[in-house]
Design a protein around this ligand. Structure first.
Ligand SMILES: NC(=O)C1=CN([C@@H]2O[C@H](COP(=O)(O)OP(=O)(O)OC[C@H]3O[C@@H](n4cnc5c(N)ncnc54)[C@H](OP(=O)(O)O)[C@@H]3O)[C@@H](O)[C@H]2O)C=CC1
Ligand SMILES: O=CC(=O)O
Length: 293
């Protein structure tokens, strides 16, 4: 099967490589075109624009940073809309809000194309290992046609009904994840300031009812202040912002998420947006230090 792939950041690169190593023919495009070179070494072809990729491929996947990138790739000059036609499928796996996804869906379907949103849960390593959890919504027939793609990229796919449901579920999941990360980081700082071993805290957490893969994976690096980006903090803050907007729409009070969002915003303002989202630890560490100084 020939698949187009738009967006070769941390996630997109790993996902496109996975498709190539599983026998798919892949045509890639990235805004910074030089990022396509590594994929070409692995057998990919390059499309000069999103429109060129859509023209060549029956199915095209996108993995872009945020709503503005997702919209730009579809609606701008040489974008997806210029070449989407009857029988072609567009699958946007970026994390965006339901409104963005619906706008894209409407424009694609008006031109006779087919659309799925399919944001993913799981970070760089699950993307490399084909172990993502895929939250698809939109046209069921397209979902059934591209299930071979999802089977390579993920360990489990959910079909969630109409467009917007995948985007919303992804935001709820990441709202919980971002809130947990803040609580975890505060706990690590509090343990250190109280003269306790952070490693012992990690060991105790891992043996109890709140043990989880995120604490296990991120904890050891966090206590060494190492935040090499798997999931960039700027994207986690975007997800908190979009989840809070969903909370506004639904009149759901979310004080914990709102506080977590403030910490991520602070981290961004301190230049930590490109670091892993665990770098929120540095903000909490600094503010606790200031309070006790
Ligand atoms: N990293 C992770 O752990 C996870 C990320 N996600 C979500 O997946 C998406 C991608 O994440 P990730 O790969 O980490 O992000 P990166 O920041 O590594 O990559 C972002 C991609 O979007 C492209 N891009 C940004 N702005 C534009 C624009 N205006 N027009 C066209 N292309 C643009 C970038 O192109 P360029 O190279 O030119 O900058 C790059 O290809 C995000 O929505 C994120 O929230 C979901 C699950 C896990
Ligand atoms: O969106 C991030 C993730 O780890 O999932």
């Amino acid at each position: 099967m020939e698949v187009g792939f738009l967006g070769l950041g941390i996630m997109g690169k790993a996902m496109a490589l996975n498709l190539l190593s599983n026998g798919f023919r892949v045509t890639v495009w990235n805004r910074t075109l030089s990022r396509c070179e590594e994929l070409v070494e692995h057998g990919a072809t390059v499309g000069e624009t999103p429109a060129a990729v859509i023209q060549k491929c029956k199915y095209t996947v996108a993995m872009l940073s945020d709503p503005s990138a997702a919209l730009s790739v579809v609606f701008d000059e040489h974008g997806v809309l210029e070449q989407i036609t009857e029988g072609k499928g567009y699958i946007d796996m970026s994390t965006v809000d339901a409104e963005t996804s619906s706008k894209i869906s409407q424009a694609i379907t008006e031109k006779g194309g087919h659309f799925l949103e399919a944001p993913v849960s799981g970070s760089k390593k699950p993307a490399e290992d084909g172990q993502l959890v895929i939250l698809a919504a939109g046209e069921k027939t397209l979902y059934e046609e591209v299930i071979q793609i999802f089977d390579v990229l993920g360990k489990k796919s959910f079909f969630l009904g109409s467009v917007g449901n995948g985007a919303k579920l992804k935001l709820v999941v990441n709202m919980i994840m971002g809130s947990m990360m803040n609580g975890f980081a505060e706990g690590l700082v509090l343990a250190e300031r109280s003269g306790l071993s952070q490693q012992t805290l990690l060991d105790v957490l891992d043996l109890g009812a709140i043990a989880n893969p995120m604490f296990r994976l991120k904890g050891p690096a966090m206590i060494n202040s190492s935040h090499a980006p798997n999931f960039p903090l700027k994207h986690q803050q975007k997800d908190m912002r979009l989840a809070l907007a969903l909370g506004d729409e639904q009149a759901v009070s979310m004080p914990v998420a709102a506080a977590a969002n403030e910490s991520f915003k602070k981290a961004r303002s301190l230049g930590l947006g490109e670091e892993d989202f665990s770098a929120v630890y540095e903000v909490l560490k600094a503010s606790l230090f200031n309070a006790t100084a």
